[in-house]
Design a protein around this ligand. Sequence first.
Ligand code: KG4
Ligand code: ZN
Length: 370
Amino acid sequence: MLILGIETSCDETSVAVVRDGVDVLSNVISSSWKTFEALAGVIPEQAARMQVECMIPVLEQALKEASVTMNEIDAIAVTRGPGLLGSLLVGTVTARALASIHKKPLIGVHHTLGHLSSTWLENGSVIDSNQRINQLTNPRSHSSENQLPQFPLLTLSASGGHSDLWYRASHPRGTLLGRTRDDAAGEAFDKGASMLGLPYPGGPSIQKAAEGGDPNAFEFPLPLHNEDTLDFSFSGLKTSLKYLLRDLESTNKPINQLTPDLSASYQHAICRHLVDRIDRAIKKHSDVKEIHLVGGVSANIQLRNLTADLCAKRKEPLMVRVPKTLSYCTDNAAMIAAAGFFLSQELGEKAFVRFETKASMSLHETILSV
Ligand code: KG4
Ligand code: ZN
């Protein structure tokens, strides 16, 4: 089944053609981020206007790269929310028009379900602690990658907008085990980077600044350690960094020289908290077969390595899977096409019901409860 995916929930305009939820024939992404870089934030009206302009060229490019015509497409999947309303409408109006003109079935996809499907694209990359990843652009290959992911599994979905931990019984069925009580993990990286004087987005710049730094140089608390919960909280780490910097400044120490150690310690604190939640979730759900990391923060090497170490330590080692490329970690249309395929496989006609485009959607609308 050939699905055309469309994703426009934030500043990206992305169109992809994916076969059977796994084979990516094309995944074109045009981002207006550079326009907003200096502001460290998107102006919604302007982003939507730019998306109107690039929507059709991106669509044409995706069909061209995939060497297919609209006639060969079996269905269209589009992000119906959550996100910036104007941006979402550019995608959904385009999808509705294409579906009507070319008489194709249309599937509305929750953005988060797209991220949850991203580890199926090209079967994802399997990581283990014996062969640590040291180059983001060159994920190591592994024989298990030939195998599609096995349910039930746990997925940590962490980006600039959310940090959620899911138990998943199948594509559309599962349980939200934990969510953030304040900032998202990506936001903690972004705000920390800004305090450290590092450029936006904070995740990649903290990761780079942390190279050669000592992750144990500065001590940070382990959030929610004494509570019986799988929720996340990052505001305490952010505050700790703020006071640490204030104290260092008052001693007149040259902070710039400490940036590698500060970045490495702060990155370690965020990743340790994320992995601590995964550890607790595995203990509660001993039937899970795999751990998946998705969303922008899943690109983080330390998060990947700590998760791989945790899973390898177990009596029965667990497989850790991440998206195959960095472009599948961040927002992209291939993951929306994949989610559309799996919804149609598991829900049949119900996947094609009429839907509304919505800026806010509850996480509980992502998947059905088991
Ligand atoms: O999924 P995404 O592209 O967009 C949202 O839906 O938010 O995630 C963007 C977030 C940003 O906060 C960015 O700092 C973070 O993902 N990020 C990273 C890394 N690459 C991107 N965080 C940690 N380490 C990275 N290598
Ligand atoms: Zn996203």
